[in-house]
Structures are given as C-alpha cells and as structure tokens.
Design a protein around this ligand. Structure first.
Ligand code: NDP
Length: 481
C-alpha cells in the first residue's frame, strides 16, 4: 500500500516541497514506515517567509478581537476533531491513545484559547510624570519561527504558535520531522477555520536542513525553540550574532526529593507517573529520585514492585500504561544508557531492556520501566538526560545533602518535593536551582505561570505574560504636557 505523503502549509495552501523529496516517517509501535514528510530546504523557507511577509500588515494591524475570533475557531475545530487527533498523535509518537486523549490533545485547544483570551486582556503600562506622560506600546515582532520537539508534538507546537499569533506575528512553524502528522492535520484545520493565508506556515523537514535554513533567514526576527540542550547550543551560536530574539526551552535531569514525613500513597502513585509517563519522554519527568534514608528500603521495594506491574503495550489498547518510545535511534540511545549505567556499577532493580509486545507491535520500540540504584550523583547516568523510562534511586541523610544532590547537575528545569513540613518545603523550594518546583504534586500546570529552566535547561520563560512579552517588542512614548 502506498504511504501517505503530507505537505507543507504555505500561504494558506498545502504544497509539495520544492526539492520533490520526502523523508520516511515511522510508526514507533510497529517500526514500519507509514507516511512521508517533505524534505524542505531553504527555497521552501523563502517561499514561507514571502507568504508571511505578504500577510503581516493585515494580521498585525487587525483588531485583537478579530485575531482572537479566528484563533477560537481553530481551537473549536481541534475539539471537534479530538478523537482523530488522538489517533494521529498516538500512531505518530508511540504514546498511548489514553495519554493523548487525557493530556496532549485537550491541551492544544486550551493553549490556543488561553493566548487568544490573554491577548484580549493585555493592558499597556503608563508612567505619569509632573510634566509628561509615558505609555508603553507592545508591538508584534514581525515574522517569527517556532521549532518544536517530538515528545508532546501538537501540545508544544500550539504552546508556541498560539502566543506568537495572538500577539500579531506571522509564524513559520517547524515541527519535528519525527512526529509531523498532527501539525499537518492542524494545517488542514487552519484552512477550514479561515486563518488568513500566510499568517501561519508549517514547513516540515529535518533540523539540519529545514531548521538551519530558518535560523539563517534574515527576515525572521525571533526563534522560539524547545528541544535538546545540544541543539539549543547550536541554535544560540547561529542566532545570537544575528541579534534575533531567542527563547530556549531545553533538557532536564529533574530530582524528586522524597522525605520520610510525606503522604506516602500520594507520593508513590505520583512518583510512578512522574518517572514513566509518556515513556519518560517529558522534559519534566523526575529521573533522579532522592529518598530520605529511613524511608529508602520501603520505598525501593514497593516502587520496584509497582514499576514491574506497569503494562507496556500497544498504544491503541486502553489497558496499556506505556507505549513505544519515539524512534529506533532513540530506542538504541536509551538501551545504551542502561548499558552505561551497568558499566558504571549501577544495580538494575527492574526492567533494563526491551519490552516484548506481541501481535502487530512485535517489531515496535518498547522499553521496560527501569529502576537503578547504587550510582553516585556525579556519574554520567545521573548527569546526562536519558529521556526514557529509566530512573535512579539515591538515599540521603539530611536536608542539606538532599539539596546538594538535587542541585548538583548542569540542568535546572524542575524539581518535586514530597514532605508534610511546610517550612521545609518552602526552604527547599527557595534553595533549589530550577525554574519549576512542585510540592506534593507533579505536572499541575496553570498556563498563566512562568515556565522554563535555569542553567543548561534554557534561556527565558514561556507561559502567560512571559510568552506575550517574548513575542512583542516594547516601545515607550513620552508626551510632554
Ligand atoms: P532536538 O533538539 O533533537 O529537536 C528539537 C527540534 O529542533 C526538532 O524540530 C528538530 O528537528 C529541530 N532541530 C534539530 N536540529 C536543528 C538545527 N540544527 N536547527 C534548527 N532546528 C533543529 O530535540 P528532540 O526533538 O529530541 O526533543 C527532546 C528534547 O527536548 C529533550 O532534551 C527534552 O528535554 C527537550 N524538551 C524540553 C522541554 C522544555 O520545555 N524545556 C519540553 C519538551 C522537550 P528534527 O527533529 O526534524 O531534526
């Protein structure tokens, strides 16, 4: 059966890549090619930027209510096509349909509505002087690019394009070539919603070719990127000398700090999720679990027993808790990391290799939930992001030691603290070097809050007003009375 070829969305039309070349796209659960993605190059980017330039004046100058109305129409169509998008996202990424239905797809329409509404409510600042008044305008930047990763494909893509569009910019979006299908479906929904031609353009292709052409296009004035720290470094080195605005949301090696006085059952249930949700492929997953020594044996034994019961299976099955990891290279990378952990002296308490799933998924990329103990914090396993269903356990004796272990990493995205002691929770939250701290919970997200990381986890913040600030330029006007 011929595989489906998807197209770029440029100037309001679905178009083939100018090279006439496509890249293979695999279904992680079966390991088979099931679609082809445009292998776009600099010519496609030029075409997209031309289209955005033609759309810019009308989009940036139309009323905010008009922009918001169109964005709400896109959000409505996402909701109306929710089940189809769930199936698309699950098949393309390997995540379970259950997760896509609960988290990914509902969040896409929520992202768009949230930023459409936020733009409607934005107020200008004003500073009064005895003899003059200042007011500060926020103006769209112009043409911006949003480059998103494969782990939460449409969720993170809409998280970026929604504030950019609501603020009045025209956007060139590049989803990961590994998971392009939901963004392609979004292109069709934008056409159906009547989004004016050229306001949003979605160009598919590899990071090395399509992504690089975007970074070097002089008419693009800002780059909003989510992905690995390694790619982020490269992007910063290319973009910074061009003085484009840059937002980087990068990797993490997040600690969970578990104290003996925690609410044990809530902690256990949530720690299983924060370890293995989406096969551990969420930048906010807690991959280093630090446990107060008096609780360590009880926690370890029960955590391992419950991790062994987590069902890895066909993403379409409602009883599968974990699906497939996203690609063969990523599968190989995770297995290599597990081997490295063994070589570093780690003891594999459960998992430690591929998970067998029979039937149509026999050749898919499935990995068992893996728990490792006995490694020092400074080994590679505890310092490098694995981004798979793999966690390490380490005991600690004092609050200071817990904090020292938690902060001893090049990353600083998020941390989770489990304790009933309010003063300890506050002190720890204050002293942790990371951008997001959860106390007695994980992944509760209020879209108004700032989101981003310290150190090598990123530069800048997304979310709420932070995102609207990133996607606008301020201009102060001073009028003398
Ligand atoms: P990558 O850095 O490999 O890719 C991210 C995006 O950048 C993809 O669209 C990719 O395209 C593109 N890209 C790759 N090379 C270039 C380049 N030279 N120029 C421009 N664009 C390029 O990350 P992954 O997709 O592997 O995502 C996983 C990573 O993302 C993890 O490290 C994770 O922690 C991080 N992440 C961070 C989040 C945060 O909010 N801090 C949230 C989610 C994930 P292509 O894939 O087509 O090559």
């Amino acid at each position: 059966m011929p595989v489906k070829q998807i197209q770029n969305y440029i100037g309001g039309q679905l178009v083939d890549p100018q090279s006439g070349n496509w890249l293979p796209n695999f279904e992680p659960a079966t390991g088979e090619i099931y679609s082809e993605v445009p292998d776009s190059n600099a010519q496609d980017i030029t075409h997209a930027v031309d289209a955005a330039q033609s759309a810019m004046a009308a989009w940036s100058q139309c009323g905010i209510d008009q922009r918001a109305e169109i964005l709400h129409r896109v959000a409505d169509l996402i909701d109306q096509n929710r089940e189809e998008l769930v199936a698309i996202e699950s098949r393309d990424n390997g995540k379970t349909e259950t997760l896509a239905r609960m988290i990914d797809i509902p969040r896409c329409s929520k992202n768009i509505r949230f930023f459409a509404n936020l733009a409607m409510g934005l107020a200008s600042e004003s500073h009064s002087m005895p003899d003059a008044i200042n007011y500060t305008l926020r103006r769209p930047l112009g043409i911006v690019t949003c480059i998103s990763p494969w782990n939460l494909p449409l969720y993170l893509f809409t998280w970026k394009i929604a504030p950019a569009l609501a603020a009045g910019n025209c956007v060139i979006g590049k989803p990961s070539e590994v998971t392009p299908m939901s963004a392609h479906r979004l292109s069709e929904l934008c056409i159906e919603a009547g989004l004016p031609e050229g306001v949003l353009n979605i160009v598919h292709g590899s990071g090395a070719v399509t992504g690089d052409a975007l970074l070097n296009e002089p008419r693009i004035s800002a780059v909003s990127f989510t992905g690995s720290t390694q790619t982020g470094k490269h992007i910063a080195s290319v973009v910074s000398p061009q003085f484009k605005k840059l937002s980087l949301e990068l990797g993490g090696k997040n600690p969970n700090l578990i104290f003996a006085d925690c609410n044990y059952e809530a902690m256990m249930e949530t720690t299983l999720r924060s370890s293995f949700a989406n096969q551990g492929q969420i930048c906010l997953c807690g991959s280093r679990i630090l446990i107060e020594r008096s609780l360590y044996p009880k926690f370890r034994d029960e955590f391992v027993q419950r991790a062994q019961q987590v069902k890895v299976g066909d993403p379409q099955d409602t009883d599968s808790i974990l699906g497939a990891v996203v690609s063969q290279p990523h599968y190989d990378k995770i297995l290599k990391c597990i081997e490295l952990a063994k070589n570093e002296g780690g003891k594999i308490l459960c998992g430690g290799g591929p998970a067998r799933v029979d039937g149509r998924c026999a050749n898919g990329w499935f990995i068992q939930p893996t728990v490792i103990e006995g490694l020092p914090n400074d080994c590679q396993t505890n310092q490098q992001e694995i981004f798979g269903p793999v966690v390490t356990l380490q005991p600690f004796d004092t609050d200071d030691e817990a904090l020292q272990l938690a902060n001893d990493t090049a990353y600083g995205l998020s941390a989770t603290i489990w304790t009933q002691d309010v003063s300890r929770a506050n002190t720890m939250a204050d002293r942790l070097n990371c951008g997001v701290v959860w106390v007695n919970c994980w992944l509760i997200r209020d879209l108004r809050t700032p989101f981003g990381g310290y150190k090598q986890s990123g530069v800048g913040r997304e979310g709420g007003l932070e995102a609207m600030r990133f996607f606008t330029e301020t201009k102060n006007v001073c009028i003398k009375y």
